[in-house]
Design a protein around this ligand. Structure first.
Ligand SMILES: [Zn+2]
Length: 378
């Protein structure tokens, strides 16, 4: 199986290699909600390097909670005098993930070198092991500069109590008093608990850059809204995109107002990114998402993601006829699921992003009273 990761087979060049290889896997393509999953329900085990294409390996690492897993891509590569594979996204820096990495390095991947580490964005499940892997394999980290700075900044900022501004932001969103108290107790810097320290230098991945990895050329296309400059890697020639969290098949990516920029309009950025990716991507591309299974139907999925947000915006706008809303009043209107403690912050951030976008596009008014943002009819 490991040898499947080597290849760079000449016959792979100039063809749609994913078609060529996936048709050989022998799985029944699954159709679901307008998307096609060429591998059906087949997924690799945690720590198994499954040969998705002759020169692309796919493994998974566990993520606690609803996400369940993250997909990791292993790309055949020759770089800086090394022959082996590049890693795209890295998993949480937690015991389980480290153990799976180690067993791969000692097993399936033992005969090859890590050439470099690509990270799509700063979130812990993506950047978590990057520093550890870089140090262990003396391989460089390639990341968008903003994303790298975010990760560096957040791993460096650990405090016993959240800063006052962070409490004020949660008050702005309408957190009830007991939630604010809970939040104040939970410390600050949880990010650093699941992210290894990144090296002091990185190689920048700018929007539009083209990076040769093995026999493929990947164009960096960045998106905003989920994180500031999330980097996707697009192999236009073979019709493949490493999409990270930018384009997920079943769940929607969290689009939240974030502490780093409480006056921003992240949903506006997210919707603009959807348009950007719609323009850039061919309809038959194979999408390699960070969560879920490889799929085709990217244009449909992008349309659906945008529709989902527009539907929610409409619901909130209608509600203004009846009442004013704080972010924390919107959960029943926006989400199908119960908002438990562990996702409360994400839900509030996402609700705030929707309300903010309505305000920014002239569809709502916003009045701050006693530190709380109330949104109402424009
Ligand atoms: Zn993410």
């Amino acid at each position: 199986m490991a040898s499947q990761l080597q290849s760079n087979s000449p016959e792979g060049i100039g063809r749609k290699s994913y078609d060529m290889s996936l048709s050989d896997h022998g799985f029944e393509t699954k159709q679901l909600k307008g998307l096609s999953y060429p591998l059906g329900d087949h997924v690799p085990q945690y720590g198994e390097a499954y040969p998705l294409a002759p020169d692309i390996g796919w493994t998974r690492l566990p993520v606690p909670g609803n996400l369940n897993h993250i997909n990791i891509w292993l790309l055949d590569d020759e770089f800086d005098g090394r022959s082996g594979y590049a890693i795209a996204d890295t998993g949480l820096f937690l015991k389980d993930c480290i153990a799976h990495w180690k067993s791969m390095f000692e097993g399936e991947l033992s005969d090859k070198q890590v050439t470099r580490i690509f990270v799509t964005h700063f979130h812990p499940d993506h950047a978590g092991c990057a520093g550890w892997l870089a140090n262990r394999h003396k391989a460089p980290v390639w990341m968008n500069r903003t994303e790298w700075l975010m990760a560096r900044m957040l791993t460096a900022d650990v405090r016993d109590h959240p800063p006052k501004e962070a409490l004020a932001i949660r008050k702005l969103m309408g957190y009830p008093e007991e939630r604010l108290e809970k939040f104040a107790e939970q410390g600050w810097g949880n990010f650093a608990k699941a992210v290894s320290r990144l090296p002091i230098s990185h190689t920048r991945m700018d929007d539009g850059d083209v990076i040769a990895v093995g026999s493929r050329e990947w164009q960096v296309i960045t998106g905003g809204g989920h994180t500031p400059e999330h980097s996707c890697m697009v192999d236009h020639h073979n019709g493949v995109i490493i999409a990270g969290d930018q384009i997920l098949p079943r769940i929607t990516s969290n689009v939240s107002m974030m502490d780093l920029e409480p006056n921003a309009d992240p949903l506006g950025e997210w919707l603009a990114s959807i348009d950007k990716f719609k323009d850039a991507l061919a309809p038959d591309m194979l999408v390699l998402p960070a969560h879920g299974s490889p799929f085709t139907g990217v244009q449909k999925r992008l349309d659906r993601l945008a529709e989902g947000h527009h539907e929610r915006l409409d619901i909130l706008e209608k509600e203004f006829a009846k009442r004013e809303l704080r972010a924390c009043d919107c959960f029943d209107l926006l989400f199908d699921r119960e908002i438990t403690d562990s996702v409360y912050g994400l839900a509030a951030g996402e609700a705030m992003a929707h309300l903010r976008h309505l305000d920014r596009t002239g569809r709502a008014t916003c009045e701050i009273r006693d530190g709380v943002a109330w949104f109402g009819k424009a």
